[in-house]
Write a protein that binds this ligand. Structure first.
Ligand code: F6P
Length: 538
């Protein structure tokens, strides 16, 4: 069964939220903290090794209860069970959305079209386990009988961003293998990577759900050509493996059927790191760590599925996000992890969130008359403090931000960790309080005061996690996946297709043909001029 459809703006809760917004929109959070000494306790929750403080938001208990009413009126619970039960909630592509099945325990039962898919998932996981172990231990060798030193993940979008973000995030847990990522069709990208590699000791993992994506197939072909300068065609099978649903195309590329790691159409590209797309992760950090990450995500799934809305982390974050997006009209959301390991986290979430909820047609096929997916961006602290924080503090835009911090550092450098965390706490406090006359104190030049004083009242969530481990990372990623799901349900859109991306791809194919042949394709005059200009230079 597909998801129910209801315009959220027609609910009673939405109307009440609108009135409530008018009543509290100018209130300052600092005043709420002064009048309610329990605010921080009331608006925070502990779950496993996660502590979420959402008290520095422009919400009060009434806001929260109305937002929860909205979720009830939309029948979020029904949507959650359809999501986990494998209903075809990706209606526009006639598919289920079952990445959660990939992190279910071995003895779970998840039916897809009447068949339990868990045994098949376990089989693929054992294959990943055996293969990665054999590569790490040097048992599988290249065409000159040397062990592998380098792994190259060739993919784009979900077939790149997930593995790349996680390999970076878990580099502390990494082994001797050097891992590289080639994604962009920009030939300079692949050439920069190739110049560091030895063809005898490099393993290429070609990751493409469809095995037709222009970028990936072009990069894989260029790499194969480079490889064949030193090796024979029969050696391709020894050093190229694939992750794909398209077995036929992967085989015709020269990959041994044994070395094709399957995927399923019920795993969306942007949620695929839990499937065989995670092969590169397993190679980089070992299967045990990869499995621990899956376990963490599985724990978050249970929390999301079984916890009442008022204590449910993904639901709360999603509702608070809707509050800013649809009532305060905030257009973007910043993700600021206080660990360099999560350097690629915001980029990863950009695809997960913006490819999912960047939609303007509702589940009835009508144009929406309200805002949907917002812009996700961010960088780790403290670097970002020296880059874009000024605008968050004093700019004209309201930018809600998620601060993600860890109590322990991985190498245990206390001095640095204390400095890092003091910044972590200082920033959310500064965003809350702003700079008051009292803080600024005496100044000799009074004309400077309007520049130095600012109001604060800038919202943040603080997610405080014990330590960055494979398991906590799994929980964190799954938390955002579910937040994205909840928002899509409430906005009444289909979160799991990506037709917008297709148009550009198709046009690029046509334009590419025009570079080689004289075709009579009509473009607007700007595009036509630009194409002609490029043609004159190439
Ligand atoms: O960006 C569009 C998209 O289809 C993503 O959803 C997907 O992750 C990416 O392209 C790569 O697709 P594939 O894995 O089929 O190469």
């Amino acid at each position: 069964m597909s998801l129910k459809s209801k315009n959220p703006t027609n609910t009673i809760a939405w109307k009440k939220l609108k009135t409530h917004f008018e009543a509290i929109k100018n209130e300052h959070m600092s005043d709420w903290f002064k009048t309610n000494s329990k605010r921080a306790i009331e608006m925070s929750l502990q779950w496993d090794d996660f502590f979420l403080d959402f008290s520095k938001n422009r919400i009060n208990s009434e806001t929260l209860s109305l937002l929860q009413d909205l979720a009830e009126e939309i029948d979020l619970s029904d949507a959650i069970s359809k999501y986990f039960n494998g209903d075809k909630i990706n209606k526009t592509e006639d598919r289920a959305v079952l990445h959660t099945a990939l992190r279910s325990p071995k003895d779970a039962k998840v039916l897809y079209e009447g068949v339990n898919i868990i045994p098949e998932i376990s089989e693929v996981k054992s294959k990943i386990n055996l293969f990665s172990k054999a590569v790490i231990d040097g048992e599988i060798k290249g065409f000159t009988n040397k062990s592998f030193t380098d792994i190259v993940n060739v993919g784009i979008g979900g077939s790149d961003l997930g593995p790349s973000m996680v390999v970076d995030a878990l580099s502390y847990y990494g082994n001797h293998l050097k891992v590289h990522f080639v994604s962009n069709v920009d030939g300079d990208h692949v050439n920069e990577v190739l110049k560091t590699l030895n063809p005898e000791t490099s393993l290429f993992v070609i990751v493409s759900k469809t095995f037709t994506t222009q970028e990936t197939i072009s990069n894989a072909t260029t790499i194969k050509r480079w490889f064949l300068q030193k090796a024979a065609p029969c050696d391709v099978a020894k050093q190229f493996v694939a992750v794909s649903t398209n077995i036929k195309k992967a085989k015709s590329f020269g990959i041994d059927t044994q070395n094709i790691f399957p995927m399923w159409d019920w795993v969306g590209g942007r949620f695929s790191l839990w499937s065989s797309v995670g092969l590169t992760i397993s190679l980089a950090v070992g299967f045990e760590h990869y499995e621990a990450m899956l376990k963490g995500a599985g724990k978050m799934d249970v929390h999301f599925k079984e916890t009442s809305f008022e204590k449910n982390i993904p639901v709360l974050l999603a509702l608070i996000g809707i509050w800013y997006n649809n009532f305060f009209k905030a257009e973007s959301e910043a993700i600021v992890p206080y660990t360099q390991y999560l350097n690629q986290f915001a980029t990863y979430l950009q695809q997960a969130s913006m490819e999912s909820n960047g939609k303007a047609t509702d589940r009835n096929g009508n144009k929406v008359n309200y805002q949907t997916g917002n812009i996700i961006w961010g960088e780790p602290g403290t670097n970002s403090q020296h880059a874009f924080f000024q605008l968050i503090h004093q700019g004209t835009k309201l930018i809600p931000a998620d601060f993600i911090g860890f109590s322990k550092s991985l190498y245990g450098n206390k001095d640095h960790q204390d400095k890092l965390m003091s910044n972590f706490f200082a920033q959310t406090e500064a965003l809350l309080t702003g700079n008051t006359k009292e803080i600024v104190g005496e100044v000799s030049d009074l004309s400077i005061i309007p520049y130095k004083i600012f109001e604060g009242n800038r919202p943040t969530n603080t997610l405080f996690i014990e330590k960055l481990t494979p398991e906590s990372l799994g929980k964190l990623i799954a938390m955002y996946e579910h937040k994205i799901f909840v928002q899509g349900v409430i906005w009444n859109i289909f979160s799991y297709d990506q037709f917008g991306v297709e148009l550009g791809k198709n046009l690029a194919d046509k334009i590419l043909k025009e570079f080689h042949e004289d075709l009579d394709i009509k473009h607007d005059s700007s595009t036509e001029n630009l194409i002609q200009r490029y043609k004159s230079f190439r």
